[in-house]
Design a protein around this ligand. Structure first.
Ligand code: ADP
Ligand code: MG
Length: 262
């Protein structure tokens, strides 16, 4: 067995009195696309944010390519990782959010190259060269000099993907990357993600695009009220007869591509 890209063990997360993730066990293998589906409020974003260490788990453990994230167990004791250890582990992860969060006062090229200069310390010309390569990859070479306000939502999200990819993560996390887009703009973003998957990128994608999940996902995770109800291939998860909770969920999102499953 090779080391999983991500392993989540007995993960729980509490916000105040509310337990929003309950005893989650999950492995993501390298090169696989895992799609995380489930009703609103079921804990999908929280789980993804724990994987990126934007939230810290209340209990349990996350490992990224074998390295613990946040807490380390050594000689039977738990200790917090040093800032340098945490940075090294987190640098493997790129994240794309529903809201693109681009800097409005920077061009597409500036948005992609800024972190390369600041975080990686590259010179302006090196950073811009690498940023240009990534913008080309998402089909936006011609838009490099445009500001976010001059770009469509789909183009802005592709810039956000290029920005994450420029830092050369080995794992990409997507939290509903097309939910803020007009329906006619979702395809261009999903196509970029599909190509990334074809190239072998390890991806975890929270999505309501059931058609995408069924066609690109190697694994489907269904979260319901903080519990992981299924974690299996799309063929198994979507095969009829389906569990009542999943059926109810699919009925709600039928207009977003679930019709193809019938
Ligand atoms: P999903 O992404 O599946 O819609 P979330 O992970 O965003 O679900 O939220 C799961 C639950 O945790 C919800 O009940 C939500 O209100 C709660 N929650 C999320 N973030 C916070 C927070 N920062 N503080 C308190 N409660 C939160
Ligand atoms: Mg969410």
């Amino acid at each position: 067995m090779t080391t999983p890209a991500i392993s989540v063990t007995k993960l729980s997360k509490r916000f105040g009195e509310t337990l929003v993730l309950k005893d989650i066990d999950l492995e993501v293998q390298k090169g696989e696309v895992t799609c995380l589906i489930g009703p609103s409020g079921s804990g999908k974003s929280t789980l993804l944010r724990c994987m990126a260490f934007l939230e810290e788990a209340t209990a349990g453990m996350i490992r990224i390519e074998g390295s613990p994230l946040g807490m380390i167990e050594e000689g039977g004791k738990r200790r917090r990782q040093s800032a340098a250890e945490l940075r090294a582990t987190r640098s493997k992860i790129g994240m794309v959010f529903q809201q693109f969060n681009l800097w409005p006062h920077m061009t597409a090229l500036g948005n992609v190259s800024a972190a390369l200069r600041r975080v990686r310390g590259l010179s302006r010309s090196e950073a811009e060269q690498r940023a240009m390569d990534q913008l080309t990859k998402v089909g936006l070479a011609e838009r490099a000099g445009h500001y976010p306000s001059q770009l469509s939502g789909g183009q802005q999200q592709r810039v956000a993907i290029a920005r994450a990819l420029a830092l050369e993560p080995t794992i990409m996390l997507f939290d509903e990357p097309t939910s803020a887009l007009d329906p006619e703009l979702t395809g261009e973003v999903l196509n970029v993600m599909r190509r990334l998957a074809d190239e072998g990128m390890t991806m975890v994608v929270v999505t309501h695009e059931i058609g995408f999940a069924a066609s690109v996902g190697n694994r489907i995770c269904f979260l319901d009220q903080g519990r992981l109800l299924f974690h299996d291939s799309p063929e198994k998860v979507f095969a009829a007869p389906r569990s009542p909770r999943l059926e109810q969920f699919l009925d709600t999102y039928l207009d977003r591509g679930a019709a193809m499953l019938k």
